[in-house]
Design a protein around this ligand. Structure first.
Ligand SMILES: Nc1ncnc2c1ncn2[C@@H]1O[C@H](COP(=O)(O)OP(=O)(O)OP(=O)(O)O)[C@@H](O)[C@H]1O
Length: 240
């Protein structure tokens, strides 16, 4: 049996008085993209933040690469090989793209070959290398945010809604970039855009009311419009 790279067992998270995650069970195997889908307010972002230690689980276990990480502080979790791209795009607007990338590289200057690899699927970064990140478009800023998480090799990358607010043509371009990216990284990606999720997902977990209510292959979900309707209140046809 394959050992999962990341595993959440019965994870509960409280935010103040609110009981948000109510026993999340989630498995992310090594390689490819696991999509985390669900309606608004289902608990997707809270799941990513709990994995990163930004919220502490009140119950349950989070295991990464065979070791418990639940309750550890965020810098140690990041150090263990998990990068996080929040929905709010962690980009410094006053710094150039180059400076943004340099700050993200913790163990020294960014590796030149790795930067060329990143430029291969985010060419805008090379074009705007010396420009302040604040002048870039929303899609380009999102590319900088993702590239910052990639500047050093990571075992797992958590990405929250990379397509949010982006024009359809930009989203199509992102699909190509992620197809390349997923060859080298394991990714857990929160998404609302079902077309994007369907094009890229290998596995899927659907969150509802603070629990994972469905887990399986993305292809199976894409092929079953009844299941989509029941779990997500949508069908792929309606979103094309
Ligand atoms: N800081 C907070 N204080 C109180 N409640 C919060 C806080 N953050 C999130 N919540 C609540 O937790 C629930 C889950 O939120 P979360 O952001 O995880 O959902 P989501 O599935 O990512 O939703 P969306 O797709 O709308 O981003 C929601 O009801 C939300 O209102």
């Amino acid at each position: 049996m394959v050992n999962p790279l990341l595993r959440l067992d019965g994870v509960h998270t409280h935010i103040g008085q609110y009981h948000i995650l109510q026993g999340v069970n989630l498995t992310v195997n090594e390689g490819g993209i696991t999509m985390l889908l669900g309606r608004n307010g289902a608990g997707k972002t809270t799941t990513l933040r709990t994995i990163m230690g930004l919220w502490k689980p009140s119950q349950g276990t989070v295991t990464f690469d065979g070791k418990p990480i639940g309750g550890k502080d965020t810098p140690s979790i990041a150090q263990s090989g998990i990068a996080y791209v929040p929905e709010t795009m962690a980009v410094f607007h006053d710094l150039t793209v180059e400076e943004n990338m340099k700050l993200a590289a913790r163990s020294g200057p960014p590796d030149a070959a790795r930067l060329e690899w990143i430029f291969g699927f985010f060419p805008a970064l090379k074009r705007f290398w010396h420009s302040p990140a604040g002048v870039l478009s929303g899609g380009q800023k999102q590319m900088v945010a993702i590239a910052r998480a990639l500047v050093e090799p990571q075992r797992l990358i958590l990405i929250d809604e990379p397509t949010k607010g982006l024009a359809p043509a930009i989203i199509e371009g992102m699909i190509g970039a992620f197809q390349e990216l997923k060859r080298q990284s394991t990714i857990l990606l929160v998404e609302q855009n079902f077309r994007f999720a369907a094009a890229l997902g290998d596995s899927v977990a659907v969150v509802d009311d603070g629990r994972v209510v469905h887990a399986g292959s993305m292809a199976d979900l894409v092929g079953d419009s009844g299941l989509q309707e029941r779990l997500l209140g949508l069908s792929l046809d309606a979103h094309q």
